[in-house]
Structure formats: structure tokens, C-alpha cells
Design a protein around this ligand. Structure first.
Ligand code: B12
Length: 304
């Protein structure tokens, strides 16, 4: 259950009067509940959603359980991308987190954060690693910083309704990548799915068991590295068969899924990006949250 706060706390966090805050509640701009005594209360996530949809900035983020110093209005562009790249390579948790939270509190959709910022930044970290400009420890540390931020987003930004559709996801055996599969979880949760990441490197047998026992409405698999192609193909086809038996679609994606390989495996959908995942998830579960626009409609220019 999300923490409930009072109009006074929310007003202080946003730097407005309590009466203004109460008016926003009564206008339905902030999802509000009433106590038995008739007092207004709201979930932190509801206030965060209001901030993302309005031009108001948070002035005391700690009152909302947000990291200190976040909340400045920020639009994603090449300089922000550059700053995050440098901060992650330097292992700067606080600055990396501030950039991500400021963008999200300024309304950037989670799908766009993952497709248009985090993915290109990690592609560049990979290029810098492959030409020796970045050491392995710096690459790994950058992954850990990003994973901590993604886990914090999971706690702060997504309210999953009690009756939300269930989605489970993983990477296959031998694939120890955790960033893309974790990003997919955040993307689905940002659209109201009860998305649960099972982890990285799951043998097909246990993923099959998870599907038959949890009976999800969606299964996602992210594939960045394949150790044994024959075992991988057999494994995915078995997971697909199990999911198909219970009417659960399987969406796959990831850098290791070449067109040749895709011809050998069964799946319900394949996506090149997290926008593809979002579009497929939306086709299964309608939501009143607006779809993430294409990158060129969101940002003037970003480094490719
Ligand atoms: C971080 C990293 C690692 C880390 C990962 C740590 C972690 N906690 O995740 C670790 C240490 C595991 C690692 C290991 C290796 N790595 Co590495 N790694 C990277 C790096 C820098 C970032 C990966 C990442 O998270 N990218 C961000 C994600 C979000 O991007 P993405 O995978 O492209 O995802 C997009 C799509 O594929 C799609 N998508 C992904 N998943 C899904 C799921 C669904 C459902 C959908 C719809 C879409 C979708 O949407 C995303 C957004 O557009 C990449 C560089 C790169 N270009 O990505 C190198 C890279 C992939 N690694 C590389 C290599 C060579 C290795 C090693 C073999 C090195 C070695 N010799 O040990 C090992 C392999 C180990 C193994 N058994 O898996 C090379 C691969 C080269 C090649 N030709 O294949 C790369 C490209 C670096 C380079 N430039 O050379 N690596």
C-alpha cells in the first residue's frame, strides 16, 4: 500500500497554499481519498503523477520520499544525454539519479527514458569499452548505478492497481544482462501492468513452470547474449508452448535476436524497442494513460 500524505504535506512539497492544493484535489487533478473523518488523503504516486502532468515543480522532494535536490524542470536533449553518460562512467549516483528524476518529474514517459536516453547512453558506454576508453569496472559500476535508479523508479512512480494484469519476464539461460529486462519491467509498470521481473539467466524449465503456476496475461523475454543456440531455441519454443496453452502471449526482444534466429523460434510478438513493447502491451490491456509519442515528436535532437 502506497504511503498516504495530507494536503498540507503535499502543498509544502510543491510550494503552494493548502487551499490551492485542496482545490486541485476537488477538481480531480490529484487522485484523492477521504478518511472516515472526511479528511483528504492522497498517495505519493498521485502527487508525482500530477507533477508529471502539470508545469508545477517540487520544492521539497523529501516530503514525497523523492531524493533531495530533484525536481528542476528538465527536457531531454543531447547535453542531458552527455551529462548522464559522464555521470554514469564516473559512477556518480546522485547526479545520475537527479538527471533521471528531473526528466520524469518534467513529464518524460518512462518508455522514452529507456529508448531515447538510457539505451543510447549504454550503447556509447559499450563503444567506449570496446575501444578501451572505459574500463570494465566503470561499465559494471554504471550498470549498478542505473539498476539502483530503475528500482527506485519502481517504488516511486508506478501505482499498480490490485486488479492489474500480470506480466512476468526474464532473460534466458547464460544471459546475465539485467538492464534491458529491468527496463522492460518499468515500461510495463508505467502502463498499469503488474509486471514482475523473474531475473536473468533463467533455464527454460523454470520459466515454463513460472508461466504455468502464475498464469500471467503476458510473458516477456529479453535476449542480449546466447550461449548455446540449440538449447536457446528449444527453450523459447517450450516457454511459448506453455504460455500459448494458457492463452498468454509471449513478446521477445533484444540485441541477440537476429532475423535468422527469429525464424527458428515461436513467439506472439517481437519488438526492436521498448515503444514496440508498450504498443503491444496496450493492445492487450487498454489504459487511459496517453501513449509515448515517437522520439522525433518528443525531442528536437539527440545523439544517435
Ligand atoms: C552493460 C554491458 C554488459 C554487462 C551487462 C551487465 C548488466 N547488469 O546488465 C555484462 C557484464 C553482462 C556484459 C558482458 C559481456 N558483454 Co556486454 N555490454 C554491455 C553494454 C555496454 C550495455 C548493454 C545494455 O544494457 N544496453 C542497454 C539496452 C537497453 O540496450 P539493448 O540491449 O540494445 O536493448 C534495446 C533493444 O534490444 C530492445 N530490447 C531489449 N530487450 C527487449 C525486450 C523486449 C520484450 C523488447 C520488446 C525489446 C527489447 O529495446 C532496447 C531499447 O531500444 C553493451 C553495449 C550495447 N551496445 O548495448 C555491451 C555489449 C553488448 N557487450 C558486448 C560483449 C562482447 C560482451 C562480452 C562477450 C564481453 C566478454 N568478452 O566477456 C560479455 C558477454 C557475457 C554474457 N555471457 O552475457 C558487445 C557485444 C558485441 C557483439 N557483437 O555482440 C557489446 C555491444 C559492447 C561492444 N560495443 O562491443 N556486457
Amino acid at each position: 500500500m502506497q504511503k498516504l500524505i495530507s494536503p498540507r504535506q503535499a502543498a509544502r512539497a510543491i510550494g503552494v497554499s493548502e487551499s490551492t492544493l485542496k482545490r486541485w484535489c476537488d477538481q480531480g487533478l490529484i487522485r484523492t481519498t477521504k478518511t472516515a473523518g472526511g479528511h483528504r488523503r492522497m498517495e505519493v504516486e498521485a502527487v508525482v503523477q500530477f507533477l508529471r502532468e502539470s508545469d508545477h515543480e517540487v520544492v521539497e522532494p523529501e516530503l514525497l520520499g523523492l531524493p533531495a535536490g530533484v525536481g528542476a524542470s528538465l527536457t531531454l536533449d543531447s547535453s542531458v544525454s552527455e551529462s548522464l553518460l559522464e555521470a554514469l562512467i564516473a559512477g556518480e549516483d546522485v547526479l545520475s539519479r537527479k538527471l533521471v528524476f528531473d526528466l520524469l518529474l518534467s513529464g518524460l514517459p518512462i518508455t522514452a527514458l529507456c529508448d531515447d536516453l538510457l539505451t543510447p547512453v549504454f550503447h556509447r558506454i559499450g563503444e567506449k569499452w570496446s575501444c578501451g576508453d572505459v574500463a570494465i569496472y566503470q561499465e559494471r559500476r554504471a550498470c549498478e548505478v542505473c539498476l539502483r535508479i530503475l528500482h527506485e523508479l519502481r517504488r516511486t512512480f508506478h501505482r499498480v492497481a490490485a486488479d492489474a494484469p500480470l506480466a512476468v519476464g526474464a532473460t534466458p539461460e547464460g544471459d546475465i544482462y539485467s538492464l534491458p529486462v529491468c527496463m522492460a519491467e518499468q515500461v510495463l509498470r508505467s502502463f498499469g501492468w503488474n509486471a514482475t521481473l523473474l531475473g536473468s539467466g533463467l533455464p527454460a524449465e523454470t520459466l515454463e513452470l513460472a508461466v504455468s503456476e502464475t498464469r500471467p496475461q503476458l510473458v516477456w523475454i529479453s535476449v542480449s547474449h546466447i550461449e548455446d543456440e540449440r538449447r536457446f531455441v528449444d527453450g523459447v519454443n517450450r516457454v511459448f508452448a506453455t504460455a500459448d496453452r494458457i492463452g498468454s502471449p509471449l513478446i521477445i526482444g533484444g540485441r541477440a535476436l537476429t532475423p535468422q534466429l527469429r525464424k527458428r523460434i515461436q513467439f506472439s510478438a517481437h519488438g526492436e524497442t521498448f515503444r514496440d513493447l508498450e504498443r503491444f502491451a496496450r493492445s492487450l490491456h487498454r489504459t487511459d494513460l496517453s501513449p509515448t509519442p515517437p522520439a522525433d515528436q518528443l525531442h528536437d535532437e539527440l545523439p544517435q
